[in-house]
Ligand binder design. Structure first.
Ligand code: ATP
Ligand code: MN
Length: 532
């Protein structure tokens, strides 16, 4: 069967779906018109389709994986990976089918993955026109030729207006994302946040690829003039998107990649950038996307003239711009690159005590990868002044269905075979914790990273910090000396020592549950604040 439009319509009918109107692979102009007609959003004066959503972030606790023979064995049923019965899935799907009857549905047939050997063809069925545009922007768009013979393997059905009843349906709330590997299908309801459309299917790749010896990674990637590839791992808000869009390097992708025997490939065909308080000087390329036709702006407030006000966080701090990758001026054709030469772990340390750049040994790499640290700034609650630490294995626990040890071993093997250098970069606070110090300047972070990537630090002297056991360079061109060593950046040295010890102890506490699963050398490499 080839996937001509009528075959796609047949597949929809096979699911039992009977919409009054079915839009097959609509283009950008059509999707603008439909989204505006359906009241989903408006066109900003500068061009983007601008929407508001009921949820302003992902709902990781509402994601479930159907437990079957296969997933039972292969999924790590801890943390975010929660099992649900196949019967629950089937019942919810049947209800969704009834819910969608007589309405409108939008279908996009797209690839997840730029590498023909590893990509998954996906049929994305959505109720919202803006989701359909988001999907067009964010996934890999097939050529007209590929579309002729398109054979979807996975199907996603996303109906935000369908809300589950937890008491009856067996979900946690009215929002749900259910992944069914047996049926190769994801169903979602209750949330309009578009990011769920992409994260669901990337979780599928993260599950499938390790079996083929491919390392799936929550990282951005770019490539230098002489073809050297760099990866930037990090949790949300640590700078993957920001730092991978570097004027001196070509962008491969900003969020999820696979590392094969030949190199790296992007899972996506677009980027999803945070745009709150975006500075046009520091991030010109991403800023420009908020001015382009075709972009989707999520929860960005428009001023009276209809111009996006990027400093307005009244709907959420998590305002987003979703755009096809070719809106960025210097991109790597095909969104693939060679074997990485450098691997960077980004962390936004709101305690302000981790060094802005450190070199990691292979054991420290394992340790940091399994720990997956970042720290959130304190909320607005009165009296809460301390940052909240987040430890999320593989820098992406909500998206990783397998045991973290499986991913860590695969990464260690890839790094060893390639001889890639590994770095830890703190894009968070310096000179004091959040509220006392300030955020690292993007200029300094870029200078540090570029020095590391270009090999300029190969001959520089490094010193070891006493709390985290990390190697810190003593000089980096373009970066003031006092920035390099975080202790020097704090006026109150005693406060630094105390805060650093506190964070080092948090690292140790978090790692306890992994100690039995790793080599002694890895546990030996961890922070030991009480040794000094
Ligand atoms: P997500 O996984 O949610 O997409 P991300 O890792 O891509 O997150 P970014 O979208 O790059 O994170 O967000 C980083 C934010 O921090 C941006 O708003 C950026 O302007 C800001 N920022 C401030 N200082 C720095 C710095 N030194 N390095 C990187 N980003 C910084
Ligand atoms: Mn990002």
């Amino acid at each position: 069967m080839t996937a001509t439009p009528s075959n796609a319509a047949q597949a929809i009918a096979d699911l039992g779906l009977q919409p009054a109107t079915l839009h097959l692979n609509p283009g950008v102009d059509d999707l603008y018109a439909h989204a505006i007609r359906l009241g989903e959003g408006v066109q900003a004066a500068t061009g983007p389709l601008t929407v508001r959503t009921n949820k302003t972030g992902r709902s990781p606790k509402d994601r479930f994986i159907v437990e079957d023979e296969q997933t039972k064995e292969n999924v790590w049923w801890e943390g975010f990976n929660v099992p649900i019965g196949a019967d629950v899935f089937d019942r919810l799907l049947a209800k969704m089918v009834r819910h969608a009857e007589g309405g409108e549905l939008f279908v996009q047939q797209v690839f997840a993955g730029t590498d023909p050997e590893h990509r998954i063809p996906v049929r994305m069925i959505t109720e919202m026109a803006y989701h359909s545009l988001f999907i067009r922007n964010m996934f890999v768009r097939p050529t007209a030729e590929e579309l002729q013979h398109f054979q979807p393997e996975w199907t996603v059905l996303n109906l935000p207006s369908f809300k589950a009843d937890p008491a009856v349906d067996g979900t946690r709330s009215d929002t749900f994302i259910l992944v069914n590997f047996g049926r190769k299908m994801i169903i979602a309801g209750g949330t309009q946040y578009a990011g769920e459309n992409k994260k669901g299917i990337f979780g599928v790749l993260n599950y499938l690829l390790p079996e083929k010896g491919v390392m799936p990674m929550h990282c951005s990637a770019n490539v230098g003039e002489d073809g050297d590839v760099a990866l930037f791992f990090g949790l949300s808000g640590t700078g993957k998107t920001t730092l991978s869009a570097d004027p001196s390097r070509k962008l491969i992708g900003d969020d999820e990649h696979g590392w094969t025997d030949n190199g790296v490939f992007n899972f996506e065909g677009g980027c999803y950038a945070k745009v709150i308080n975006l500075n046009p000087e520091a991030e010109p390329a991403i800023y420009q996307t908020t001015r382009n036709y075709g972009t989707v702006l999520e929860n960005v407030v428009l001023d009276e003239q209809g111009v996006p006000d990027l400093n307005d966080g009244s709907l959420t701090e998590n305002t987003r711009s979703a755009y096809p990758i070719d809106q960025i001026p210097n991109i790597q054709p095909g969104s693939v690159g060679g074997i990485p030469k450098n691997v960077v772990f980004l962390t936004a340390d709101a305690f302000g005590v981790l060094p802005p750049l450190a070199r990691l040994s292979p054991e420290q790499m394992m340790y940091q990868f399994i720990s997956g640290f970042t720290a959130k700034i304190p909320g607005t609650e009165e009296g809460v002044v301390d940052p909240t630490p987040t430890f999320s294995t593989c820098f992406g626990a909500p998206f990783m269905p397998r045991h973290p040890g499986e991913y860590a071993r695969l990464l260690a093997q890839k790094v060893q075979e390639s001889g890639a250098k590994v770095w830890l970069v703190n894009t968070g606070w310096t000179g004091g914790k959040y509220g006392e110090g300030h955020r690292m300047s993007i200029g300094h972070t870029r200078a540090l990273i570029n020095a590391a990537l270009s090999g300029q630090l190969d001959d520089v002297k490094f010193v070891r910090d006493p709390f985290f056991n990390l190697e810190i360079p003593t000089e980096v061109p373009g970066v003031p000396q006092e920035v390099l060593n975080p202790r020097d950046a704090w006026q109150d040295k005693a406060a630094y020592d105390e805060t650093a010890k506190k964070l080092a102890r948090m690292f140790r506490e978090n790692f306890k549950r992994f100690e039995s699963g790793v080599d002694q050398a890895v546990t030996d490499s961890m922070p030991d604040p009480d040794k000094n």
